[in-house]
Design a protein around this ligand. Structure first.
Ligand SMILES: Nc1ncnc2c1ncn2[C@@H]1O[C@H](COP(=O)(O)OP(=O)(O)OP(=O)(O)O)[C@@H](O)[C@H]1O
Length: 849
């Protein structure tokens, strides 16, 4: 026998074997790349709802069923299958095969039936749930949002990822860096544990079969008991620190985006002025989380299997010859490619599922939101028909998905589970039945093939390292471990075979699992590119909006070039001049909506302090929009806008926003209580005073005082909410208050009192309203004509526009006052008398406190 011949791989051929293994592993991943473009695009479009959750590994002990077991191990990791699900393979248990009763499945030399419970492969990949929550107003019932394109692993991806990595791991002293380092060392330890478990499994079986009680106790009890501690710690630690890493990543990235999203009015602009992102809520919550999870998983899913493939291939090469590992890898690559070619378009199916689930949820959400209205209409049956229909569509689609899964499932089971059993047997039998395929030192030529001794000797040749370290074996020219094995075979045949068989099958199993995880890592990268593209898109839009809020709505391109040219002249950027204690003045300002509708042209309006202005005009004429420009929500076009510094102009909308928190917090919003105390000298007495002004003391009384925390948007009536809006404005005591239909639901008496009170406090009022009762509190009128024109002048008697108003929510009475321009003076007087009568009646007077 040649020098260096032994069960070990000859030194000279090792590099070649490793190279082949590495190339084959790379090919394995590359084989999946051809399918990535489609999947990535769908992910980027947010329509592939890959579940980031973990999938359970197969529970069958693979010890005695090499083919079936390693097929299972591979399939369990979604290896060659078309699974859209992702597996964070790091949750396997290094020692699981060791601790379980090894012979249970098939007995020594038997088994291998492949009837090992398989974790789901492609066919069993669960379709992830649809995105939760309602779509934003413009996204309707669509599935996940579009939000940017993903382009696979290309330069753009690398640049984006690098950018985010700098956010996620800000430096070597950061917590994230420490977590990455800990995980790396745990992954290394885990590989060591896997190898130890594989070797020890073989030794335990050998001890059992040879009835070596001492060896059995040593291997099966003492060694495992000792190793169980570090292995448990490694496995648990790996899961724990990976989970920590994901959370740490998410925290970093979410904070990064919160800083951008919540600065200035970006949160408003991104939904109202920009159509590049349809559902920023989903991006900020779900997609950031998925990106971070995918990134953390990739870290472990790529490094550990790569290390494992090298380590296990090396071991297998020693036992089964240099071709075994590459052959196994080649088999799975071939299966993978074959399965991919017959795989149904799971991405499309999942996208459709997400869309249908979204529709179904939307129906339920709408019913929750509008439950009261529907109940008043007794519209339950109507809604039920819609809901049932939507559910039916989901169910029908799921049936289609299951049929598709069943088809691919068959191929999956056949190739990956059962046919792989044959491959497994084939590999472990190579040195025995096909000696020509192994290197000369693995061959058994002296003995007749049918001789039991020869077979035993041949098999026992395989793991010469079990009895002799491979390095020394390679150097021995005189007496090799193989010779020893042949010599001892008659004494030790059964136990050796069993031990070797166990060990080799475990090695095959581990290698198959590692390949599967590598393939899956390729898929995870695909998913990561999609999430990365979406998150990068969000980053880009938020950065854009931070510097400019010029609307970027997707509009159908206009063929009207004249109109485009006219718009371009109107949409020149205006100038904003803010001054402490200054007044409000529009000088040549154009008001243009985000969808480029010219609402007002060349507005020249000056509103000095204590000049109270009422703004009137038809619906949609741009009354509110003018103040959106004043507030800086919409871009300023045309001339110059002069206004007091930000917080000196206060907005009271028709439906005041009620924040989470106490009643006290509602009044001081948007200040926190601490800020309110520091800046405004807020006290409970002061707050109570403003609540009294707004006739809301009874709310404090009934709902548990100023500290009561309620869902105020639900527990307050429409009129109470508006009064709270006034209390808030009085507390803020701004220079200017823009009251946009802010008292439409307030009784006339309370409204009058609040207006007077505001004027007493020195607040200049700009009121958008049609209520004639309010005219008396104003000195000027800004009347918009609905076609871009306006009139701004002193208010005179008879400046009462056509209107309809109610006398106050909760009053139980409403009054319609006909004051159309063509109404006679006597009609108007009649209308006001009517209001006066209602005011005098108890019905209207709902003021309490
Ligand atoms: N975010 C937006 N994107 C596009 N168009 C908008 C947006 N907000 C308002 N508009 C359009 O701008 C026009 C003026 O709206 P605005 O709210 O200023 O009307 P208004 O005069 O206050 O009407 P109303 O009396 O009904 O409250 C409307 O045609 C409206 O559809």
């Amino acid at each position: 026998m040649a020098a260096g011949s032994s069960g070990a791989l000859p030194r000279a051929s090792r590099p070649a074997v490793y190279a082949i293994t590495a190339v084959a592993a790379a090919g394995c991943v590359a084989a999946h790349r051809w399918n990535q473009a489609v999947t990535t695009k769908r992910l980027a479009d947010g329509i592939v709802r890959c579940s980031p959750g973990r999938r359970r590994r197969g529970d069958g002990d693979p010890a005695f069923s090499p083919g079936g077991a390693f097929g299972t191990a591979f399939a369990a990791r979604g290896g060659a299958t078309g699974s859209l699900d992702e597996d964070s393979s790091s949750d396997g248990d290094a020692g699981v095969g060791t601790v379980r009763p090894a012979g249970a499945a098939g007995g020594v030399g038997g088994g291998g039936t492949g009837l090992v419970p398989s974790a789901v492969g492609a066919s069993g990949a669960p379709l992830a749930p649809a995105p939760s929550g309602l779509r934003r107003k413009r996204s309707g019932a669509r599935g996940a949002a579009t939000g940017g394109g993903g382009g696979g692993v290309d330069r753009a991806f690398v640049v984006q990822l690098w950018k985010f990595l700098k956010v996620l791991v800000p430096g070597v002293r950061s917590r994230e860096f420490a977590l990455l380092a800990i995980i790396a060392s745990l992954l290394g330890a885990r590989s060591y544990c896997d190898i130890w478990a594989t070797d020890n499994g073989g030794r335990v079986v050998k001890a059992i079969v040879s009835r070596d009680r001492r060896a059995f106790y040593r291997r099966a009890i003492r060694d495992i008991f000792i190793m169980a501690w570090p292995m448990s710690a490694v496995n648990t630690g790996l899961r724990y620190f990976l989970a920590r890493l994901k959370v740490a990543f998410r925290l970093r990235l979410s904070n990064h985006f919160h800083d951008k999203y919540l600065s200035g009015n970006t949160y408003y602009a991104v939904s109202n002025l920009d159509s590049r992102i349809q559902n920023v809520d989903q991006l900020l919550t779900t997609d950031i989380d998925r990106f971070c999870t995918a990134l953390a998983d990739i870290y472990s899913n790529l490094s550990k299997p790569a290390l494992d493939v090298v380590l296990f291939s090396r071991r297998l090469s020693r036992s089964l010859g240099p071709r075994a590992a590459p052959m196994l890898i080649a088999y799975f690559v071939a299966c993978s490619v074959a399965l991919r070619s017959v795989q149904p378009p799971f991405g499309k199916l999942v996208a459709e599922e997400a869309r249908l689930e979204g529709e179904y949820r939307l129906h339920h959400s709408r019913l929750i939101t509008h439950g009261e209205e529907v109940a008043f209409y007794r519209g339950g049956a109507y809604e039920k028909a819609y809901i049932t229909d939507a559910l039916g569509r989901v169910a029908a689609h799921m049936k289609r998905v299951f049929r598709a899964r069943a088809r691919i499932g068959f191929a999956d089971q056949f190739l990956i589970k059962y046919l792989a059993t044959i491959v497994g047997y084939g590999l472990v039998s190579i040195p025995v039945f096909f000696p020509d395929m192994v290197s000369p030192h693995h061959r058994v030529t002296a003995a007749p093939r049918a001789s039991p001794r020869a077979i035993s000797a041949a098999v026992s040749l395989l793991p010469a390292q079990l009895v002799t370290p491979p390095e020394s074996a390679c150097l021995s020219a005189e007496k090799t471990p193989a010779d020893d094995a042949i010599r001892d075979a008659s004494d030790n045949t059964a136990s050796d075979i069993a031990g070797l068989y166990t060990r080799n099958s475990r090695l095959l199993l581990a290698l198959a699992g590692a390949i599967g995880r590598l393939v899956l890592a390729g898929k995870s990268i695909t998913a990561l590119t999609g999430y990365c593209a979406r998150v990068a898109r969000l980053d880009e839009v938020l950065s854009d909006l931070a510097v400019s809020t010029v609307p970027r709505m997707s509009l159908e391109s206009s063929m009207d070039l004249d109109n485009e040219a006219r718009l371009a002249t109107l949409m020149t950027s205006g100038e904003l001049v803010e001054g402490e204690g200054g007044g409000v003045r529009f000088a040549g300002v154009n008001v243009i909506s985000p969808d480029r509708q010219v609402l007002l042209k060349d507005v020249n309006v000056e509103i000095p302090r204590r000049t109270h202005v009422i703004v009137a005009g038809p619906n949609g004429s741009g009354k509110s929009s003018l103040f959106r420009v004043l507030a800086g929500l919409w871009p300023l076009y045309g001339g110059t806008l002069y206004r007091p510094a930000g917080s000196r102009v206060f907005y009271v909308p028709q439906r005041p926003y009620l924040t989470l928190g106490t009643l006290r917090a509602q009044v001081v919003y948007p200040l926190s209580w601490a800020e309110a105390v520091a800046e405004k000298g807020a006290t409970d007495e002061l707050i109570m005073g403003f609540l009294w002004d707004a006739r809301l003391l009874h709310v404090a009384g009934r709902k548990g005082g100023l500290d009561a925390v309620r869902d105020w948007a639900d527990v307050l009536s429409g009129g109470e909410k508006q009064r709270l809006g006034f209390a808030r404005m009085l507390f803020a005591r701004p220079d200017y208050a823009v009251l946009d239909e802010a008292s439409a639901a307030i009784s006339l008496e309370a409204e009058g009192y609040l207006y007077e009170r505001a004027q007493e406090l020195g607040v200049t009022l700009i009121t958008v309203s049609h209520r004639p009762s309010l005219f008396r509190f104003h000195t000027k009128i800004l009347a918009l004509d609905g076609s871009g024109g306006y009139a701004y002048r002193d208010l005179v008697a008879g400046d009462v526009p056509a209107m309809t108003f109610s006398a106050g929510e909760g009053s139980g009475a409403s009054a319609v006052v006909s004051t159309a321009p063509d109404a006679t003076e006597s009609d108007r007087e009649e209308g006001h008398e009517e209001v006066g009568a209602l005011l005098a009646s108890d019905e209207v007077s709902t003021v309490s406190g």
